[in-house]
Write a protein that binds this ligand. Structure first.
Ligand SMILES: [Zn+2]
Length: 119
């Protein structure tokens, strides 16, 4: 993906930087063909294996940072959910591989949590 330039897009502490795995923020699930954006660039993050594993093991924290998008509440498109990107800024990802920097609507208290080393 052009947006990532081959580097991990999450960059948690412990990140190994080199992007090697595509993570789907919203999973396909069953009977979900109608959910918009599943196959769009806005739903994919290029991750290193360390960050990908952390996201898989910490779903709650990942939802708070937009690294994962819930599919069971409102029918949101991943393009509508901000991502805490490379520990530096909130982005809205578009479906063409681009992005927009947004001033976050999320509480600042979310940030210190992202520095916590996984148990
Ligand atoms: Zn990483």
């Amino acid at each position: 993906m052009a947006r990532s330039a081959g580097m991990c897009e999450v960059m948690r502490p412990g990140c190994v930087m080199r992007g090697s795995e595509i993570h789907h923020r919203m999973t396909r699930g069953m009977g979900s063909a109608k959910v918009s954006g599943i196959n769009e660039a806005s739903n994919g993050l290029l991750l290193c294996h360390a960050c990908h594993r952390w996201i898989t093991e910490h779903p709650k924290s990942s939802y708070e940072r937009g690294w994962a998008v819930r599919r069971n509440a409102v029918l949101l498109s991943p393009a509508d959910v901000e991502v805490w990107w490379r520990s530096s800024k909130w982005l809205l990802l578009d479906d063409d591989g681009g992005f927009e920097v947004v001033s976050s609507t999320k509480p600042a208290a979310v940030f210190p949590l992202s520095r916590k080393v996984s148990a």
